[in-house]
Design a protein around this ligand. Structure first.
Ligand code: SAM
Length: 275
């Protein structure tokens, strides 16, 4: 009879956030599949757990996934952990879960820390409905295109961001969503320097222009109200200008900015060529 895969959430900063069930499971499984075995070893040492570890990360997911699967099919049980938080949420795990499901191995998820969920709860925004974007693309054009598509999203939007990219992301967000859009910038959740700014995108940009972004960040951005914050011609023009900087012709830049914002291509084009 096949064994079981347990998806085990681990703390995102405060070790007190590990659950009793996570500790029991880590003690009871035959082995642990870890994103980075050194990080997981520190966690296990802290809780005095000794257990064989195998590494499972994005780049070895095919090869390592097959090996884990064959052990599961042979009856062993495995806990999957990432460096912090919930595996498979902007972390390795998805492929292993689907491999197990396809091969009749049972999978259970043990709930626990997840930076996105803590930030949503902390945001104070209308999060009755929200969507998770995870990390935005690092390619400037792809990122702006995605933000253009999201500018009319009615649900709150959750974004993960690294500190060295936060300023550029806030610039892009101001451009695509407008400076007045409300947001929560959550930093270093559950850690000593935890901080949540509940403000507007414009104010957040100003704050982090004056204060070096340090630590880990989650952004929660209020959904579009479907009217009052429709993109302005000025925002569409800013988008078109950035497409021009990427080397697109004025006509193609205007066409894309029109697609992103829903504003008429002709109006954007006329303003763009007038500059
Ligand atoms: N699987 C994890 C989870 O459940 O939250 C997310 C892993 S992802 C590789 C790492 C990103 O999550 C960071 O870049 C940051 O955006 C966010 N994050 C993780 N820990 C955080 C914390 N303590 N405070 C704020 N954001 C955090």
């Amino acid at each position: 009879m096949p064994g079981t895969l347990y998806i085990v959430a681990t703390p995102i900063g405060n070790l007190g956030d590990i659950t009793l069930r996570a500790l029991d499971t880590l003690r009871q499984v035959d082995f642990i599949a870890a994103e980075d075995t050194r990080v997981t070893l520190r966690l296990l040492n802290h809780f005095e757990i000794r257990k064989p570890l195998v590494s499972y990360y994005e780049q070895n997911s095919v090869e390592s996934g097959e090996k884990i699967l064959s052990r599961l099919l042979a009856g062993e049980s495995c806990a999957l952990v990432s460096d912090a938080g919930t595996p498979a949420i902007s972390d390795p795990g998805r492929a292993l879960v689907s491999l197990c499901a396809e091969n009749g191995v049972e999978v259970f998820s043990l709930p626990g820390a997840c930076a996105a969920i803590s930030a949503v709860a902390l945001s104070g925004l209308d999060v009755a409905r929200f969507c998770f974007e995870g990390f935005l693309s690092t390619a400037k054009r792809t990122r702006r295109e995605r933000l253009g598509e999201l500018s009319q999203e009615r649900r709150a939007i959750v974004i993960y961001e690294a500190p060295h990219k936060l300023r550029a992301t806030l610039d892009d967000l101001c451009e695509c969503f407008g400076e007045e859009r409300r947001c929560a910038v959550c930093r270093e959740l559950t850690k000593l320097h935890e901080q949540t700014l509940r403000t507007t995108l414009g104010q957040a940009r100003k704050y982090f222009a004056e204060n070096e972004p340090r630590g880990e960040f989650v952004l929660v951005i209020s959904g579009s109200d479907g009217g009052g914050d429709k993109p302005t011609l000025e925002q569409a023009l800013a988008l078109a200008r950035s497409y021009r900087e990427d080397g697109l012709s004025a006509s193609e830049a205007a066409r894309r900015a029109a697609g992103d914002t829903g504003l008429p291509r002709g109006a954007i084009y006329r303003e763009l060529v007038r500059e």
